[in-house]
Design a protein around this ligand. Structure first.
Ligand code: PAF
Length: 302
């Protein structure tokens, strides 16, 4: 595995990669959710580039970015174990080159839900994703369903800027209690992790109601809140049922839904969702994670 720390090193390494290239963009703090993205890329592409960059422009403040969990050595080990060809691990000035003023806006999608609670967050995501995709020039890029709204923003950026990248969404990886894996989970105590399980139960309650024919957003949302509010250790930011693509209000005739929750547990903001409908999630991580780590090269026809 080549570790590139500058744009020039990345360009040199990228030039030698066989196409198609799969890109997995991360901020480090890797867990099995990232492993699923890396394996999906490995399986579908001839080469894999992974990035590890804690993007300062998507955090509300420097303190939050500086304390983002992660260990570079452990993350690079995981990239290597997953047969990543090139790891791009740049300092901030290599991504945001001095003097470059370009910013990409996330538009309306960036102002609702997570965007309403974290103003500017998705503009930072849109900007860094556009830059990293431009630098890595993949055919496909892999994102986790857990950040559902982010996947929608990324698809929009890719289309608006005609980046020519296929966005592939991998279903959320959960632990055996249903808690969605997330880098910030490591800040939770055992008690916090126990309390946080209610998020998946809340989502399941609404999903069950949906499966039984409920199409009224307020009823689906009440089903989530009833469950979530039964857990005193959890403070809900939002628990909503939306149309999954534009995240607009749910049409009572809808055939698909995104159930989305953001909640605080022990001062840690957690998000999770269930997305129900045909063709919305591209890849099931279970078989990928059940298989042994890859040994390099494409394992299926690219
Ligand atoms: O999902 C993440 O880890 C980040 O938001 C991303 C896509 C790497 C952009 O910084």
């Amino acid at each position: 595995m080549i570790v590139a720390r500058t744009r020039a090193e990345l360009a040199a390494a990228r030039a030698r990669l066989a196409d198609p290239v799969g890109a997995v963009l991360t901020m480090g703090g890797l867990h099995d959710g990232h492993t699923a993205l890396l394996r999906a890329a490995r399986r579908e592409c001839a080469s894999v580039v992974a990035t590890r960059f804690v993007n300062p422009t998507q955090f509300e403040n420097e303190q939050d970015a500086a304390s983002y969990p992660g260990d570079e050595v452990a993350d690079l080990d995981r990239f290597a174990a997953e047969a990543v060809d090139v790891a791009f691990v740049p300092p901030a000035h290599e991504v945001y080159a001095p003097g470059v003023a370009a910013e990409v806006g996330a538009g309306r999608l960036g102002t609702v839900l997570e965007g309403a609670s974290r103003p500017g967050h998705f503009d930072g995501v849109a900007t860094v994703v556009a830059l990293l995709l431009d630098l890595t020039r993949p055919a496909r890029s892999y994102f986790g369903q857990k950040d559902w709204q982010q996947t929608r923003v990324v698809r929009q950026v890719v289309e608006d800027l005609a980046l020519g990248v296929t966005v592939r969404v991998v279903r959320t990886v959960r632990d055996d209690t249903g808690l969605a894996l997330g880098t910030r989970n490591e800040r939770l105590s055992d008690e916090g992790r126990r309390a946080a399980r209610v998020i998946h139960r809340g989502l399941r309650a609404a999903a069950d109601a949906w499966q039984h024919g409920e199409r009224q957003a307020d009823r689906l949302e009440r089903a989530m809140r009833r469950e979530l509010e039964s857990e005193p250790g959890v403070s809900v930011d939002y628990a909503v049922a939306r149309e999954p693509l534009a995240l607009d209000a749910l049409d009572p005739e809808a055939s698909a839904v995104a159930l989305l929750v953001a909640a605080w547990v022990e001062g840690v903001r957690l998000i999770d969702n269930l997305v129900i409908g045909d063709g919305l999630i591209d890849i099931d991580p279970a078989p990928l994670l059940a298989a042994p780590a890859p040994s390099g090269g494409p394992s299926a026809s690219a």
